[in-house]
Each structure stands twice: as C-alpha cells, then as structure tokens.
Design a protein around this ligand. Sequence first.
Ligand code: NDP
Length: 294
Amino acid sequence: MSGARIIDGKALAAKLRERVAAQVAALAETVRPGLAVVLVGEDPASAVYVRNKNRETQASGMASFEHKLPADTPEAELLALVERLNRDPAVHGILVQLPLPDGIDSAKVLRAIDPAKDVDGFHPENVGALWTGAPALAPCTPRGCMTMLAEVHPEGLVGKRAVVVGRSNIVGKPMAALLLAQHCTVTLAHSRTQDLPGVCRSADILVAAVGRARMIEGDWVQPGATVIDVGINRIPADGGKTRLVGDVDFAGASEVAGAITPVPGGVGPMTIACLLANTVTAACRLAGVAEPEV
Ligand code: NDP
C-alpha cells in the first residue's frame, strides 16, 4: 500500500480552471482574453490536445480561435498566419502545436510569435526572461509542476535540493529555472549523468521528465521526497490494449516518497489549465491592467 500523499492533478487543475474562469469574468468590462491554437497536419495526438485546449478555453469564458492547416502548408504561409495573429487585437495568446511537419523550421516559427503572446513560453525572449528573473510567460508544464509543489510545500521551497531528470527546452530546463527562482539548489540530470540513482537519491524534490517508462525506481527516491512525474509513456496492457505510465515506478516510489504525482491524473491535466492561466496573464499585460485577484 502506498505511503505517499498522492498529488491529485485533476483536482488541482479544476481549481486552477475555476480561478481562470473567475478572472475572465472579472475582466469582462476590460478585455476578453483570446487564445489562438494553430495545428498543422493530422498528427492524431496533437489533434486530441488541440480539441481539448479549445474546449477548455471556451469553458473558461475566453475566446478560442482554431486554425487547422494541411500537412503540406508552406512555411511562409504558416509564418504569415502567425504574423496576422500577432497583429490581431482579439488574440492574446498564440500556441503553435508541436511537432510541426517535416520541412517546417519549428524554431523559426516559434521565434516569429510575438513574445507578449507566447503563452507556451518557448520564444527565446521569454526563455531569457525566465532565467534572468524578468517577468516571463513560463512554459505550461513546468508552471503546472510548480503549482503542485506549492500545494505540497506551502512553506516554500527555499534551500531544498531539487533534481530534474531531463534537460529538454520545453520541460527540464524551464523547470530547473523555476526551481532556482524559488531558491532550490538545482541539479539538472540527463542521459550522460553519472550515477543517476545516487543523484536522484539526493533530492528533496525529484522531477522526472525523460520519456522512459518507469525508469526511476523506488530505491532511487529519498524517503519523504516529493516526486513529480512528468513522463507520459504508453506501454502494452492486457487484452492487446495499451496504458499510460510515467517515468517513475509508481508502485515502488510511492512506498518511500512523501508525496508523488500519479500518471495519468498528475501533471498532465495541469498543463492546459496553466495554458489558460498564461493567456489571462498575457491579456492583462497587453491591456495594461493588473491580473484580477479572485
Ligand atoms: P525529450 O525527449 O525532449 O527529453 C528527454 C530528456 O531525458 C533528455 O534531456 C534526455 O537526455 C533525458 N534522458 C533520456 N534518456 C535518459 C536516461 N536513460 N537517463 C537520464 N536522462 C535521460 O522529452 P520531453 O522533455 O519533451 O518530455 C519528457 C517526458 O515528459 C515525455 O514522456 C513526454 O511525453 C512528457 N511530457 C509530458 C507533458 C505533460 O503535459 N504532462 C508535457 C511535455 C512532455 P539528453 O538531453 O542527454 O538526451
């Protein structure tokens, strides 16, 4: 039986969505936040994400603009759409769903987004702002992880030893920046890290963002540590079906951890809720008003 507190991402995401909806209602006389999502091609997983994003955007009372382009869309056409969205006063957040089809330079497209509307937080200007402590739009998944950590550690994270496994631009690196900003002592581990189990065992806060099913074993976890499992991995299940598991061996880790996120139902649901929160932040900054305290 699990000894750890299970961090309920669904419940926390619902709370965050409620807060966003209340903020949108409070802004009614000032600005109606609008999110534009651009999907290029037919990637089925991306299509599901985009559908969910649109549904949740509308449910929060924001304006939702969906742009679906065929897989063979020329890069110039996508850049022209981004430019139009940059100029559109009804759009405060722009998200170009990744991955983009071959032949389109993702970095170029992400750089074309107005940093003030970059609700994914991937534009180099926002990346720089995040690392230098300037006001930034932080990437949604790491922002969601920080919200979960705040729930478990209301006393704050000052001085805690944090280990992030995975150094991608969308999860690992921004997660490290956010933990550092909260005064953690941060180690960013990756595929060339020596003695990864030992490094993980040093963590008060262990964040796994690797993409390898159950790679992090129970005895890599320090007793009492808080474990945030970002990984989403599909593995074979009974009856020819598949199921989702994280990067952490949940059964083993939950015996020793103080708190742990499940997969599914942990970090995943937080990501879209944080996208909505980032859109409200962007809309308020663009309108020159303070974010409503609700
Ligand atoms: P990437 O593939 O971009 O990065 C994976 C990282 O893990 C790399 O830095 C890599 O190291 C490191 N790594 C790979 N193998 C090992 C190993 N054996 N030991 C130590 N480190 C290793 O993945 P993402 O960051 O995009 O995603 C990570 C996971 O999070 C995936 O499962 C993804 O599906 C999930 N995810 C979940 C989201 C959510 O909403 N919950 C959102 C985004 C991602 P190196 O750099 O050395 O190659």
